[in-house]
Design a protein around this ligand. Structure first.
Ligand code: SF4
Ligand code: SF4
Ligand code: SF4
Length: 493
């Protein structure tokens, strides 16, 4: 059941025109009769009554050619045949094979409305990467057991060790990944934390410290301790329910972190106890950890500083990630967070992003099976990240063996990221998301961003509940490790 704090309100784009899939063209034959404004239920046509004139079409809202079979289609209703519809040739410049234009548009619609798109022309659940989640499909039974959607639970516990530490349960099996102050704006961080509070889940500070503005949300913020130890203080470890030790990122294992000097503003430098304008590097690895025994000492250190917090260990996905996971269990971790090779960061070199870490789809099953063989699978929470773009990816990751997932890029797309990849260049993101430039960071406010994230989380939850119902399941835990419910489209019959 979703928390009572979740309220869905429409939160439209902050731009008058997004990149549309279709172009709605109005010719000079138009007589401004206003019929199209009255008939289109999607608000593509607007007419200012005072001026008796139709405005240019807002074509990103148009549902396209499928409309031509509907009674209300403006193309057929226009008395002067002044309207025409065509595919926008620019549309496919949006996104890339992993994050397709349809997937970005679908996420924008979810963030605006709070529900999955009703349009059938958007293939927003899978991308065109040619592998991984994009090749997997669910095998729904023809006659599932009847389950009322209201009875389906998507909540998961994070502390499975039963060691007397906090019993943390999140209402949806997904939370926000670490994005540091320095890499993203404060509005982005606060909206992620506010949404995590509304959804009774978590977000993570990333490695740039814990800005005071996040204090009201600290029950839903994970403090990250990474190799640079930027902004790490005893009080930031003591104020939270979960502390994450970050050993590596899936996009660039073995390479540490890098914040370009342009983004290191006075406020960022103060938080990180560094010098303004200098590039900041996090080393690889922790220079105090070279063995599993050192790792245990690290965990013991955090446990001593905060006697109730859960410990999450974030690692990338090298070949021996299964052994790392088992080692982390014996070292005392509650959560093993594995970050696959698609883990997003604008700062990672392409050669690292594409060639080092294992794709998350392989790593999940490898870790799940190894933990099972060791007899400790039920005593640790397995969280996957690095390539979870949609609710379908989330459900597939759970089928492969994860308990839940962490997302990053999907949250940024909800805030109207266009996947341009310029997060780390110059002053940062021209859309105000991944920037610390004060002018750019003011391009949206926290209220708008929080509602967009809450809406997207709701749409994902609606889809997840729908998938569970189609399998006749009452609880998301029934889906864990059910690889038999997936098929690979290259080998299916
Ligand atoms: S229905 Fe046709 S003629 Fe009337 S305002 Fe729209 S485009 Fe113009
Ligand atoms: S084709 Fe349909 S959705 Fe598109 S503008 Fe016309 S009425 Fe609206
Ligand atoms: S610069 Fe902004 S819009 Fe471009 S990929 Fe980064 S967050 Fe997205």
């Amino acid at each position: 059941m979703k928390p009572s704090t979740v309220k869905i309100n429409k939160m439209p784009s902050r731009f008058k025109h997004q990149v549309p899939k279709y172009k709605v063209t109005r010719s000079d034959a138009c007589i401004n009769c206003g019929t199209c404004a009255k008939t289109c239920p999607y608000g593509v046509h607007e007419r200012s009554e005072g001026h008796n004139k139709v405005k240019p079409p807002i074509d990103y809202k148009c549902i396209g050619f499928e409309c031509q079979s509907k009674d209300f289609c403006c193309i057929t209703k226009c008395p002067r045949k002044a309207l025409s519809l065509s595919l926008n040739p620019m549309y496919n410049t949006l996104g890339d094979p992993r994050w397709t234009a349809d997937m970005i548009t679908g996420t924008w619609i979810m963030a605006e409305t709070g529900y999955p798109p009703e349009r059938t022309d958007l293939d927003y659940n899978v991308g065109n990467s040619g592998g991984g989640f994009d090749k997997l499909r669910f095998k729904f039974p023809a006659k599932p057991a009847k389950v009322d959607k209201a009875e389906i639970s998507t909540a998961i516990p994070l502390n499975r060790r039963k060691d007397g530490r906090a019993d943390v349960v999140i209402s949806t099996p997904v939370y926000g990944g670490g994005m540091s102050f320095g890499s993203v704006s404060l509005s982005t961080m606060v909206s992620k934390a506010h949404n995590a509070t509304i959804w009774n889940t978590f977000t993570c500070t990333g490695e740039g410290g814990f800005p005071d503005i996040l204090k009201p949300y600290c029950d839903h913020v994970i403090t990250q301790v990474a190799t640079g130890l930027f902004g790490v203080r005893e009080e930031t470890i003591q104020r939270v329910k979960i502390v994450e030790l970050k050993y590596a990122q899936g996009a660039k294992p073995g390479l540490g972190g890098h914040l370009l000097g342009e983004k290191n503003t006075e406020a960022v430098a103060k938080m990180r106890e560094a010098v303004k304008g200098t590039s900041l590097f996090s080393p690889f690895p922790f220079h105090s950890v070279y063995s599993i025994e050192d790792h245990k000492k690290h965990i013991d250190w955090i446990k001593a500083v905060n006697p109730t917090a859960l410990l999450s260990v974030k690692v990338s996905t090298p070949n021996d990630v299964d052994m790392v996971a088992v080692g982390s269990y014996y070292a005392g971790a509650h959560i093993i967070h594995i970050d696959g090779g698609y883990g997003g960061t604008g700062a990672a070199p392409d050669i690292a992003k594409k060639n080092i870490a294992m794709p998350i789809e392989y790593a999940i099953t490898k870790v799940h099976n190894f933990l099972k063989a060791e007899g400790v699978r039920d005593a640790i929470t397995l969280i996957a990240s690095g390539g979870i773009r949609t609710a379908h990816d989330l459900a597939k990751a759970i089928c492969l063996g994860a308990n839940g997932a962490v997302i990053g890029t999907a949250e940024l797309v909800a805030l109207e990221c266009v996947r341009c990849g310029n997060c780390e260049s110059g002053r940062g993101c021209s859309r105000g998301i991944a920037t610390t430039d004060s002018v750019l960071a003011d391009l949206f406010d926290e209220k708008w961003a929080t509602q967009r994230l809450t809406n997207m989380y709701n749409a994902w939850n609606v889809q997840l509940v729908d998938i569970l119902q189609k399998f006749g399941m009452h609880d998301v835990s029934e889906l864990v490790g059910r690889t038999d419910l997936l098929e690979h489209i290259d080998y299916s019959h």
